[in-house]
Design a protein around this ligand. Structure first.
Ligand code: ZN
Length: 401
């Protein structure tokens, strides 16, 4: 998820907020100022009430960040690299660079978040009691009490047993510990997440239809999100299982057609792209070294009258080092990053020569074949091509009415 507002670094981890996090803060502020505080405390001046509401909403966002930081720092403790933490409309996402190395670390990384939320709840509750005893205004006590209650809910909600929620990770760790097979444990946790998501969404629908509560809309949103994220995780897990033990050489398209920086888009379509079955092409410079990548889709969006004047060098995308592989590299890690130019996962180079490319479409096909070959096929494999998401991240949700 893209960070719209960078918020700095904590212990070297990039912290930021997606633009949709603003919606979350505004909504919490509105619920607190318009409904919660007026119902708990009578006759509060509007300025005091709305100040308390804004401070409360920001404090809740900070508590959410603490929840994610607890996951991130525990992950790092077990040697799992953490790239970033991003707050968004439905909570926070910690992007981990790798999977937890053992069932034990999986368990502790997962429970650290809810533990932090319960800790925050105790803290807010304690301060509320102290402030109440010291005779502070009732609105401050009410706000702190609400923060304590919300953090308890946050901790409990995240412990629901289905991926991608923390409870799903705990379930995965437990199954992994019991049966010793991480991939199968992850499949079961993803399946539980899909069911959990559907149950949450159904409860939301019931809330809206039977009790006419608009809060049910949130539950529907979260349910759909959980179900989708769980499906994507299951598919990514299957893909990674199918590729386990394979080398880049086994999955690449050898001797791909290539473009050159000096070719115009018109020439490239006429002489290369339209005669090829590839959708993406490496582009080389005058020394025949890799300079970039172009996709048929991207080139097709350039207006036709500019084709004779635009060169591939002007329109290609750069290829970051993570997208360059050697034939003997393992294939599974290629799934960890999103494709370039819509389809390219790696350019394969040997002796400074381009010997192959690995595309997303090709890997999806391989994974699908593998599934059909397996003795006990996964039941929900049909959604693979649509749902398959090569980005490995840990998504966390946190909202409830
Ligand atoms: Zn969490």
């Amino acid at each position: 998820m893209k960070q719209t507002f960078p918020l700095g670094r904590v212990a070297g981890i990039r912290i930021g907020a997606h633009w949709s996090a603003l919606i979350m803060v505004l909504l919490f502020g509105w619920v607190l100022g318009d409904q919660v505080l007026p119902s708990m405390v009578a006759h509060v001046p509007a300025t005091a009430r709305w100040t308390a509401a804004i401070v409360g909403a920001l404090a809740l966002a900070a508590a959410l960040l603490a929840h994610e930081l607890a996951h991130a720092l525990t992950a790092r403790h077990y040697g799992v690299p953490v790239r970033s933490i991003t707050l968004w409309a439905l909570g926070g996402v910690s992007e981990l660079g790798d999977e937890p190395p053992s069932a034990r670390s999986d368990f502790w990384i997962a429970v650290a978040g809810p533990a932090a939320s319960f800790g925050a709840a105790a803290l807010f509750g304690g301060v509320a009691a102290a402030v109440h005893a010291a005779g502070w205004p009732a609105v401050a006590v009410a706000e702190l009490g609400w923060l304590a209650a919300m953090n308890v809910l946050l901790g409990l909600f995240n412990l629901l047993p289905g991926a991608p929620l923390d409870g799903g990770r705990v379930l995965r760790a437990a199954l992994w510990w019991r049966c010793g097979n991480r991939a199968r444990a992850a499949q079961s946790a993803a399946e539980a997440g899909r069911i959990l998501g559907m149950v949450l969404a159904a409860a939301g629908v019931a809330e809206v239809l039977l009790w006419r509560e608009a809060g049910g809309l949130w539950l529907i949103l979260i349910g759909v999100f959980v179900a989708n994220a769980a499906s994507a995780e299951g598919a990514a897990e299957r893909a990674s299982t199918a590729l386990a033990g394979r080398r880049v050489r086994d999955v690449m398209k050898p001797d791909p057609e290539i473009g050159a920086t000096w070719m115009t888009v018109g020439e490239f379509f006429q002489h290369v792209a339209l005669r090829s079955d590839q959708d993406v092409f490496p582009v080389v410079d005058a020394e025949m070294s890799l300079a970039g990548v172009v996709g048929v889709g991207g080139l097709g969006r350039i207006p036709r009258d500019r084709w004779p004047r635009t060169t591939l060098g002007q329109t290609m995308a750069r290829v970051p080092p993570a997208y360059v592989a050697a034939p003997d590299d393992p294939a599974a890690p290629l799934l960890r990053h999103p494709p370039l130019a819509a389809d390219l996962l790696a350019v394969v180079i040997e002796d400074r020569r381009i010997v192959g490319i690995v595309t997303r479409a090709r890997l999806v096909r391989i994974v699908e074949r593998e599934r059909l070959r397996a003795p006990a096929p996964a039941r929900d494999g049909s959604a693979l091509a649509a749902d398959w998401n090569p980005r490995r991240s840990e998504a966390r949700v946190s909202r409830h009415e």
